[in-house]
Design a protein around this ligand. Structure first.
Ligand code: BGC
Length: 451
């Protein structure tokens, strides 16, 4: 047991190594497209909002399990109003036989939403401008152009890979005569970056938009001069947001800590050997890490002697909400932990067992937070942010960020190890609610300014 938790510990030396390796690999990916390295995808978003953007825009967001359609009013003073509908993506759409079937379902949701929220919109008024948040790696070739690199999380529509997301989506909407024009395609992290900047106003420089949910990723503003893989003359602007796709940081596992549980999980995934950073951190995986550890302890006869057969057998059978709720138990005698274990595993654990599960959940969450801090350190060092800005402002979103107890506290602990106490205090973390919707609308608005 102690050995298991020790294996989850991330030392100061390891944090330094992660931050250094991040700088090294990110720098080389800014210069040259990479197959296995961290992708560092240019987004064609060339400026951050000022807070003064105005207008009505549509936005939609394809996330891990839901598709959200939003209508966003930007008031021009850093505030906004958002109306949204959430559609649960059915299994048959997640595994659609063709891209046509897949985008047709997305288009039908947009059609229903527009009919409901903008019933009087006439096609002679032109098309409503929409920003699309697509939370998967897309190789962008323009603000509203980009080919899908791979699916992550739970979507599995192989023939959509390598195709232009906007073209296929727009074609599906045109087939249905939906009066909507895709003005911009962004990643949810770029959305978080833009939304946080809009809300913070001109006086604050937001360094990072970060998602810690079913998947994980971050986006930041980079000097165009450093993104040398961009074809010459791509833009006149000096900066561009980069979608790091840090879920794929260190796919070759040169510095990331790897336990036998991480290795076993990778084999169970739809995308083995890639997105290795994400598989140690995100909401899709932390519950599974706990399950793998408990299976081993149970198999060795060390815990849960009376476990009903099969309770721990199902891969991904433990949601990350479970270790998260376990970690939230504030009682000294693990009352909540015991109740959760009755519900989830169907057993009455002993106090020692409850204590053990709690320790593991703590270790899994803490390791994830430390690894995220290592990658944040990578972006901070890559951009020389500590020399340039007084505060390192980070906008975050996602279930792990919002609900996993102690996540920020642990990230801060790790940042203290990396930079010392005084510098850690210069980091500001804030939640960006609805970041993808607002960010996509902002992007549609910024693209209108440039059109
Ligand atoms: C995807 C990213 C996305 C992140 C958070 C990852 O699995 O590759 O594009 O930003 O999840 O949603």
């Amino acid at each position: 047991m102690n050995k298991l938790t020790a294996d989850l510990t991330v030392s100061k030396a390891k944090l330094d190594e992660i931050a250094d390796f991040f700088v090294k690999t990110a720098t080389s990916s800014l210069a040259k497209q990479t197959e296995r390295g961290i992708p560092m995808i240019p987004t064609y978003v060339t400026k951050l909002p000022t807070g003064k953007e105005k207008g009505v825009f549509l936005a939609c967001d394809l996330g891990g399990t839901n598709f959200r359609c939003c209508s966003v009013v930007l008031n021009g003073d850093g505030t906004h109003k958002i109306t949204q509908d959430k559609c649960h993506i059915p299994e048959e759409v997640l595994n659609a036989k063709s891209h046509v079937e897949f985008y047709d379902w997305l288009a039908s949701c947009i059609g229903d939403f527009v009919a409901k929220q903008h019933p009087n919109w006439k096609s002679d008024q032109g098309k409503l401008r929409m920003g699309v948040t697509f939370s998967y790696p897309v190789n962008q070739t323009g603000l509203n152009r980009g080919t899908l690199v791979r699916w992550t999380k739970k979507v599995n529509v192989p023939d959509a890979v390598g195709r232009d997301v906007c073209v296929d989506f727009q074609t599906a909407m045109d087939r249905r005569n939906i009066p909507v024009y895709i003005a911009a395609l962004i990643n949810d992290t770029t959305g978080a970056l833009l939304a946080r900047s809009y809300m913070a106003g001109e006086s604050v420089h937001t360094l990072l938009g970060m998602i810690l949910g079913t998947g994980t990723n971050a986006a930041y503003m980079e000097d165009v001069a450093k993104i040398t893989k961009l074809p010459a003359g791509t833009t006149q602007h000096k900066t561009m947001a980069v979608n790091t796709e840090w879920g794929s940081f260190d796919n070759d596992l040169q510095v990331l800590p790897t336990t036998r549980f991480d290795a076993a999980i990778d084999k169970l995934t739809l995308n083995p050997t890639v997105h290795m950073f994400e598989k140690r951190i995100s909401g899709m995986f932390m519950g599974e890490i706990l399950r793998q550890m408990l299976c081993e302890l149970h198999g060795k006869g060390l815990i849960f002697k009376n476990l009903p057969a099969g309770s721990l057998d199902k891969p991904f059978g433990i949601d990350t909400a479970t270790p998260s709720q376990i970690e939230a138990d504030a009682s000294s005698d693990n009352i909540e932990v015991k109740a959760i274990m009755r519900d989830v595993f169907g057993i009455n654990p002993t106090s020692e067992e409850a204590h053990a599960v709690r320790k593991l959940s703590h270790g899994i969450g803490k390791r994830a937070a430390y690894l995220v801090a290592g990658a944040i350190g990578g972006v901070v060092n890559l951009t020389n942010a500590l020399e340039k800005y007084q505060y390192i402002d980070i906008g975050g979103d996602g279930s792990v960020y919002e609900f996993y107890p102690g996540f920020e506290k642990h990230m801060r602990e790790a940042l203290r190890l990396l930079y010392g106490e005084a510098t850690e205090k210069r980091f500001k973390f804030g939640i960006v609610k609805d970041g993808s919707g607002i960010g996509a609308a902002l992007c549609a608005s910024l693209s209108a300014e440039e059109a």
